[in-house]
Design a binder for this molecule. Structure first.
Ligand code: ADP
Ligand code: MG
Length: 436
């Protein structure tokens, strides 16, 4: 069956993804069961990639063939890490599960703490140390990809290790469970489960908006848990007061415990998160690439993993060391999106100001030392941050040809490698330009 599914996938997935990722999957017959299917993968990157892009499709293909929609796990061959896809088992399955599995990689250890998230982090630590007692509920809010789910799973992983009953669920999942148990007339079982757990994690609660029936059920669940000092953690993209379409009595309860927000990460935090993700995925990139990735992603930390996967996959497939040029070419799309923001002119303007030279001098054939230096930096930044090709840059800066540009790139890179102060200066400029 595994081979059949992979053949089916070939018809549905774009050929490049198929060749790069899917083809490397091996169905593990020994470990697979009807409700839980295991694929071996060569590394965590590929496992992550397929999990995020195609796990749902794979499960659905199984469902078509077997009438059972299984959970899909990806086994990384050389160690035992299992990545179970986050999906509830199908209605067809009799072993109704409640909630979704916790991501074992979302731990406190793997969470980078910075000014932007320290408050929420400390609150989550407290909740894991004294569940149900200090902050109940703990309400974490913030924009997409800022680590809300990660933090709530981290609390869940700690309590699970202590043998506590932990339920992690989305609003949708809660709703599905609710309807399913209602349909089969087993509401008692539903209540027993949700109201008797030690920790209930409800992710993205803003989706309760407008759903009157679930709100009602959730309200009673909340009351029951709260009365028995069982910990509740809730996340949302907004402060409780700003969520629309949710009953007043629920909103007021959201604020009973502690409301903590997560802000966009500072550059430092972002860099550390990227390094952490590299470490977890067992890849290493030089500092300039890490810096570069940080400039590409705005706030949504979720993109980091995708970028690392992409860079690594390309470099493996093509047998090339990832260097800045290479990263640049692979990341073209992301850059393209930023093109509107960063132009050579805005770079020239900044360099002129920072180094006290005139913009026009940088584009002239002025050969004085300060101007040559400023011109080189401007070229380096333009090549790194804008989609212009080397010949385009050569003509813009009045150089002979593209080899002069590539010579300049090398020169600046060497200087950055040998002079930490200089590197810092460049990093600062990149940061300033990226935040215009
Ligand atoms: P949210 O739920 O707020 O949308 P997630 O918790 O799903 O965001 O985080 C998105 C990705 O970014 C995850 O891979 C998560 O591990 C990572 N991430 C976010 N913040 C941090 C952090 N401070 N340290 C480490 N990883 C982080
Ligand atoms: Mg989330």
């Amino acid at each position: 069956i595994g081979e059949l599914i992979i053949e089916e996938l070939e018809k549905r997935v774009n050929p490049i993804d198929f060749k790069r990722y899917i083809k490397q999957l091996k169905y593990n017959e020994a470990l697979s069961k009807p409700h839980s299917v295991v694929f071996d993968t060569p590394n965590a990157l590929i496992a992550n990639w397929i999990q995020s892009k195609h796990a749902e499709l794979i499960a659905t293909l199984f469902e078509i063939k077997t009438n059972i929609k299984p959970a899909i796990s990806f086994r990384i061959s050389d160690d035992e890490v299992l990545l179970t896809s986050f999906m509830e088992s199908s209605n067809a399955s009799k072993t109704a599960t409640i909630g979704s599995p916790l991501n074992p990689l979302y731990t406190f250890d793997n969470f980078i703490v910075g000014g932007s998230n320290e408050f929420a982090y400390r609150a989550a630590i407290m909740a894991s140390k004294k569940p149900g007692i200090v902050y109940n509920p703990l309400f974490i809010h913030g924009g997409v990809g800022l680590g809300k789910t990660h933090l709530m799973h981290a609390v869940g992983n700690v309590l699970k290790d202590y043998g506590k009953e932990v339920i992690y669920t989305s609003v949708e999942n809660f709703l599905n469970d609710f309807s399913r148990y209602l349909r089969i007339g087993e509401m008692e079982q539903f209540k027993n489960k949700y109201r008797k757990c030690d920790l209930l994690l409800i992710d993205d609660v803003q989706f309760l908006s407008g759903k009157v029936k679930v709100q009602e059920e959730f309200f009673h669940t909340f009351e029951a848990l709260k009365n028995e000092n069982r910990q509740i953690i809730i996340t949302s993209d907004q402060h409780p007061k700003k969520i629309k379409g949710i009953e007043k009595r629920l909103i007021s309860r959201f604020e009973w415990g502690l409301v903590a927000d997560i802000q966009s990460p500072e550059l430092e935090t972002k860099l550390e998160i990227i390094k952490k993700k590299c470490e977890i995925n067992r890849v290493s990139f030089s500092n300039d690439i890490i810096q570069y990735i940080a400039t590409i992603i705005e706030n949504n930390t979720r993109e980091i993993e995708g970028i690392i996967t992409k860079l690594n996959a390309y470099s493996q497939l093509m047998g090339i060391e990832v260097d800045l040029e290479f990263a640049r070419s692979v990341m073209k799309n992301q850059i393209e999106e930023k093109k509107t923001e960063i132009t050579i002119d805005s770079i020239l303007e900044l360099v002129a100001k920072e180094l006290n030279v005139k913009q026009s001098e940088m584009r002239s054939n002025n050969r004085t030392v300060p101007v040559v230096h400023a011109r080189r930096i401007a070229i380096y930044l333009s090549r790194t941050l804008t989609p212009n090709s080397m010949p385009q840059l050569a003509s813009y800066f009045g150089l002979k040809d593209h080899t002069a540009v590539s010579h300049t790139m090398k020169k600046i890179k060497d200087m950055m490698e040998n002079d930490d102060d200089f590197k810092l200066k460049i990093d600062e400029m990149i940061n300033k330009i990226s935040n215009i």
